[in-house]
Structures are given as structure tokens and as C-alpha cells.
Design a protein around this ligand. Structure first.
Ligand SMILES: NC(=O)c1ccc[n+]([C@@H]2O[C@H](COP(=O)([O-])OP(=O)(O)OC[C@H]3O[C@@H](n4cnc5c(N)ncnc54)[C@H](O)[C@@H]3O)[C@@H](O)[C@H]2O)c1
Length: 364
């Protein structure tokens, strides 16, 4: 089996930043995207970490990502706004949108901002966590659905019409960490398939189907032969996925070719407005509904009651959403980030192209 290289988070972030800067990204944006990716690794979601760097550099080469683009406000009225990401880095445009939604929630009690013309937005929990750490409840998702949309099949279908359509909610507590619900509406996030591919491992059952809709555990059925990801929780996950696309689609009214959030390049448009999608950020100020401290206190007590439920047989501890990520962050912050050899080789090739030295690593 392939091995791992362990690298310190700070070193990895410097490398990521230098690569993006070498590819034409202004320093502030390069720093922002690098930090987001490494925090995804730290949080235990390697699927949305530095593994993306070669793909993003390729997208810059192909003109899909415009690295210096600044988001632009297209519409703004009271608590709502529509931004265009101008095909810039999704991590950056979504953070700009979040800051705007937070300012609106401070002023109006809620802020609802949607974003079009974006790229991959990374680990969606990054945004809801940031809002929750500032005392706001937040719901953020990115969805795409409709004609020629890949890579997920709606429930009951043997063809694709959904993106992986991530969904996230963050809620502040009176303790150190928020509650953080954050997942793809497909059984596995597409990035997690990449890790199976890099490690040349078989997929678990019930994650993908092949191009005819038959179950498969061969990741190449997905990447090379038209296979599809399945939605979580059968018809219910399929419904949730559709909801993210239709509400995200508030960003795409009147657009001929709504962008996905860049998880997979979408084929060029043909014909009518038969697909939709975008990024949706709703930020809520608990203080608009009552005493904000009392709300956070109740959230913490509720979480405590949930954690006090007896674990099912074979389960060590009942966890609250967000706990696995915060624990991973503490451990990986201490011990370093273990990257599969394949990921490290791909990063090395990009670094080499720009004449950048790789940081010190040790065998994992
Ligand atoms: N930008 C995009 O297009 C895109 C698309 C898909 C996914 N993503 C991101 O990929 C990441 C991974 O998604 P995923 O679907 O693989 O997530 P996952 O299956 O690992 O689920 C993560 C969620 O489940 C919670 N969780 C995990 N174990 C738990 C337990 N034992 N008890 C209670 N809660 C538990 C986590 O705290 C988190 O909220 C997410 O950060 C998501 O935002 C992004």
C-alpha cells in the first residue's frame, strides 16, 4: 500500500500560497485560498485541502479560474444582495459574501446573499463556522441541478442531473466551539473519490453506480467511464440536493449558463434555461429573536443532553456535528498533516513547475 508524508500545517500553507502567487494570484487572495485549503486538511477533510491545488492551477491555465478577480455586487436591497464572483476563486468570493451577509444580519437581523459565476468554494463548513464563531447562526450551501449537470444521479435515475451540492449549518454555543453540520448531499464528496483514486483503493459499496446505473466499487467507473455518485438518504437526500440547487439558483435568475460551484467543469450550454444553481448564504442574528446569550446557553445545554444519550452498541461516544473536525484540527495541528504519497507527488510536480522548494516532511 502507498505511504504518507507528514508536513507541518504552516509549511504547507506557505507552499500553497507560493504556488497560487506564482500562478498569478494576488498575495491577499493567494493567502486566503491557501489558508482555507490547509484548514480543510487540518479539519480532517483532505478531499477539500491541498489535493485541489493541481486542479486549481490547471483551471487557472484554462481560464476557468480568474485568480485576480474581485467579487462585484450586482444587486443589493436591504437584507439581500446578489454578488458575481467574476469567475474568481470560490473560497475568496464566498468569504466576501459571508462578510456582507454578516453585516446585513447585524443591521437587519438576517442577511441573505447569493453568488453567481463562482468556482469551487471548498469546505463549506469554513463559512458557517466563521459566522457561528462571531455569534451568528448560518446556513450555507452551493447547489446545481438540471440539464447536463454532473456528477450525481437524482434518486431513481440512471443519469446525472445534480452536483454534489454541499449543505452546511453553523450554530453558536456558549462554549468554545459551535455546532457545525457540513456535508455533501452525495454519499461521498467527489473529493473523497479522488483520495480513493490516488491511493488506488476500491470504493465502499453504494457510493457510485456505473454509466448504466448498476452498483460499482471501481473509482475508474466514475472518472473514466461515465459513472455517477448516489444521493444520501435515498429520496430524502435527493430532495435536499434539489433544494440547494433551487435556492442557490436565486443567484442565477436570467442567466443562460449558471455555473456550478466548480466541482466538475460543466459542458457548454445548449439551448434553454434548463439548469440552475449558485451559492446561498443565510446569516441570522439570534439577538433579533430574543436574548442571544440565552439562545447560546440553550444550544449548549441541548447539545449536552444529546451527548448524554447512551452510545449504541459498538459506539464509543455520541458526537455532535463539528466535533470530529475540531478534534482532527487539534491533533493535526500538533502532529502535522499526513498526505498520501500520490497527493505529495502531484504537489511536487506543480511546485517544480514554478521553481519552488518543497517543505521538510517525514514518513508517516
Ligand atoms: N465545495 C463543494 O462543492 C463541496 C461539495 C461537496 C462537499 N464539500 C465539502 O466536503 C466536506 C466533506 O463532506 P462529506 O459529505 O464527505 O462529509 P462527512 O460525510 O465527513 O460528514 C461530515 C459531517 O458529519 C459530521 N459527523 C461526522 N461523524 C459524525 C458522528 N460520528 N456523529 C455526528 N456527526 C458526525 C461532521 O461533524 C460534519 O458535520 C465538507 O466540508 C463539505 O462542505 C464541498
Amino acid at each position: 500500500m502507498a505511504g504518507y508524508w507528514v508536513v507541518a500545517a504552516a509549511d504547507l500553507e506557505l507552499l500553497a500560497q507560493a504556488i497560487f502567487a506564482s500562478a498569478g494570484t494576488p498575495d491577499a487572495i493567494a493567502h486566503h485560498v491557501a489558508r482555507h485549503l490547509v484548514r480543510a486538511n487540518l479539519s480532517g477533510h483532505d478531499s477539500h485541502g491541498v489535493l485541489r491545488i493541481p486542479q486549481y492551477v490547471q483551471f487557472i491555465d484554462e481560464g476557468m479560474i480568474r485568480p485576480a478577480a474581485e467579487p462585484r455586487v450586482l444587486r443589493e436591497h436591504g437584507a439581500t444582495a446578489l454578488l458575481s464572483a467574476e469567475r474568481g476563486f470560490g473560497q475568496y468570493s464566498t468569504s466576501v459574501a459571508l462578510d456582507l451577509a454578516i453585516r446585513k444580519a447585524e443591521a437587519f437581523g438576517v442577511g441573505l446573499v447569493t453568488v453567481r459565476q463562482g468556482n469551487h468554494i471548498g469546505r463549506v463548513g469554513e463559512y458557517t463556522e466563521a459566522a457561528a464563531r462571531r455569534g451568528f447562526a448560518a446556513q450555507v450551501f452551493g447547489g446545481t441541478a438540471g440539464a447536463r449537470v454532473r456528477p450525481a444521479a437524482p434518486f431513481g435515475a440512471a443519469g446525472t442531473a445534480f452536483g454534489t451540492n454541499p449543505f452546511s449549518v453553523g450554530v453558536p454555543t456558549s462554549g468554545d466551539d459551535p455546532v457545525l453540520v457540513d456535508f455533501a448531499t452525495t454519499v461521498l464528496a467527489e473529493g473523497k473519490l479522488r483520495i480513493y483514486r490516488v491511493k488506488q483503493e476500491e470504493l465502499p459499496p453504494d457510493v457510485i453506480v456505473d454509466s448504466e446505473g448498476k452498483p460499482s466499487v471501481d473509482v475508474e467507473d466514475f472518472y473514466s467511464r461515465g459513472g455517477m455518485l448516489k444521493p444520501i438518504a435515498a429520496h430524502k437526500g435527493s430532495g435536499l440536493s434539489l433544494a440547494t440547487a433551487l435556492l442557490g439558483g436565486l443567484a442565477a435568475i436570467g442567466e443562460d449558463n449558471p455555473s456550478s460551484n466548480g466541482t466538475a467543469p460543466q459542458p457548454p450550454p445548449e439551448g434553454g434555461r434548463d439548469r440552475t444553481g449558485g451559492i446561498f448564504l443565510l446569516v441570522i442574528n439570534p439577538g433579533a429573536f430574543g436574548d442571544a446569550d440565552a439562545y447560546r446557553e440553550t444550544v449548549s445545554r441541548t447539545v449536552g443532553a444529546i451527548k448524554a444519550t447512551p452510545p449504541a452498541p459498538g459506539v464509543e461516544e455520541v458526537l455532535i456535528p463539528g466535533e470530529p473536525e475540531f478534534r482532527a484540527r487539534a491533533a493535526r495541528g500538533r502532529e502535522g498533516i499526513a498526505l498520501p504519497e500520490g497527493t505529495w507527488d502531484e504537489l511536487g510536480a506543480v511546485a517544480h513547475r514554478f521553481g519552488l522548494a518543497l517543505p521538510v516532511t517525514r514518513r508517516g
